[in-house]
Design a protein around this ligand. Structure first.
Ligand SMILES: Cc1ncc(COP(=O)(O)O)c(C=O)c1O
Length: 440
């Protein structure tokens, strides 16, 4: 396997030395591993910038009034937030914690959209005190809570309503969200979405701005976006405008845009998503004679995943003749729960000898106390030797964000690389971090 065969999953700046040593952002991974230790998460600044700007450009070309929000849940830290806000992106946040990090990174909070199917009253209070731009309502009790807090603070809070169009985006069952049987969104089909809007517009402390849907993730097909927008357009026309007399000035088809995890994955380009989303909305608005809303897009994975790569050191090897060879590494489900949770599949690279031929099929095992702690099953690699480095590309989204201290693992160091320079974005945890909350 050479890096040319991995051009869909590696960060954009990936290269290799003549000796076959993987380089990201002009830095070789061996030197980075020596300096920062492993497991190590490396984010490529060039990829973050280019992948984010691809979304901004694709929608700017296809629609008169669009705004790209980075979905913080994919991965966020202050330096990462600053990089994206320097590119003029807005943000989607789903907890007080994410909002606090965005605030500490000096993000303009009026450009933050607060999502979640059960935001707690303290979270809502704090978000409004900090001045988040939009709260995306996702439940009846929340309508009362947000209205009450807005009253108490003496403000009018702009809100969107998350609706469920009843469209299956054909993702993993744990990541599909736009169907009727989901905890997210008020269904259009059962009349709850209409009821929620009637309730919102009765509250003087709430300013109803529009609708949001999110179908799931990662969505490789374009068709679900078209179907979802058609359902919402009918709802906007017949229920919002004609029945309730409210206009929908803002609209979000959510995020969920796919990224490649295997090099054979072939996700649509941002401009293809932009084309189907914008064309469907423009056609529907024209047909039904409503004005085009401001649209917000929420890519997370499709910016962060490919920008990041995880590097591990190989340790023990266990051969079970005729069955499987396990090669264990110094990380696992504590920093990457996705294979255990979603059966996610990744490429694996012998990072110090990327041009070496494949010699065997092995399963890369994590070091944690679960049999299901396997990072990659049955992957083709050169014969891996204890002490050498492997890299797992497309590791920048929903890995660190879902990381844990299971087995009291230290969360890994996270670095940024660019033009041959590296800098720490988050240091590796140490024992005192694990004990900082103990009352002894
Ligand atoms: C409402 C909403 N928007 C955006 C996203 C981001 O999805 P992705 O990272 O796949 O683009 C999610 C993911 O769960 C979401 O729930």
């Amino acid at each position: 396997m050479t890096i040319d065969n991995l051009s869909h999953v590696l960060p954009l700046s990936a290269d290799s030395t003549d000796q076959g040593l993987l380089q990201i952002g002009g830095c070789d991974v061996k030197s980075l591993a020596n300096q920062y230790g492993t497991p190590l998460y490396i984010y490529d600044v060039q990829s973050i910038r280019e992948l984010a700007m691809n979304w901004v450009q694709a929608f700017a070309d296809a629609y008169p009034d669009s705004e790209v929000l980075y979905a913080s849940k994919a991965y966020i830290s202050r330096p990462f937030a600053r990089l994206l806000s320097e590119l003029d992106l807005s943000f989607d946040a789903v907890s007080e914690g994410e909002i606090e990090v965005l605030s500490a990174a000096n993000v303009d909070l009026s450009r933050v959209y607060f999502h979640g199917n059960n935001k707690t009253p303290p979270e809502i209070y704090r978000s409004m005190q900090l001045g988040v731009g939009r709260i995306v309502l996702d439940g009846f009790d929340e309508i009362d809570t947000v209205a009450q807090i807005a009253d108490d603070l003496g403000i009018t809070q702009p809100v969107l309503l998350r609706v469920s169009p009843g469209v299956d985006a054909h993702t993993h069952e744990k990541t599909t969200t736009g169907i009727l049987d989901s905890k997210f969104g008020l269904p259009i089909e059962t009349g709850l979405a209409e009821l929620a809007i009637s309730k919102i517009i009765e509250k003087p402390a709430l300013s109803f701005r529009g609708l949001h849907m999110h179908l799931g993730s990662p969505i490789f097909d374009l068709e679900p976006y078209k179907l979802g927008i058609e359902v919402l357009a009918e709802f906007i026309d017949e229920i919002c405008i004609k029945k309730l007399g409210v206009s929908v000035e803002e609209f979000s088809p959510g995020g969920g845009f796919a990224t490649a995890y295997r090099d054979s994955d072939d996700p649509p380009a941002p401009k293809e998503y932009a084309k189907i989303i914008c064309k469907t909305l423009i056609d529907e608005a024209e047909k039904r004679n409503f004005s085009l809303p401001h649209i917000t897009l929420e890519p997370g994975r499709s910016i962060a995943a490919r920008s990041g790569i995880a590097v591990y050191t190989v340790g023990n090897r266990k051969e079970v003749p005729g069955i499987r060879t396990y090669v264990s590494v110094d990380g696992g489900m504590s920093d990457n729960i996705r294979p255990a949770l979603y059966d996610s599949i990744y490429e694996v690279i012998a990072a110090e000898r990327v041009n070496d031929p494949v010699e065997e099929k092995v399963t890369i095992a994590g070091k944690y106390c679960e049999s299901g702690d396997l990072l990659a099953k049955d992957v083709d690699v050169p014969r891996l030797i204890s002490g050498e480095l492997i890299a797992i590309p497309s590791s920048g989204a929903y890995q660190l964000a879902m990381s844990s201290n299971y087995n009291l693992a230290y969360r890994p160091a996270v670095i940024l690389v660019e033009n041959g320079q590296s800098r720490l974005m988050q240091r590796r945890e140490k024992a005192e971090d694990l004990m900082r909350l103990d009352i002894d």
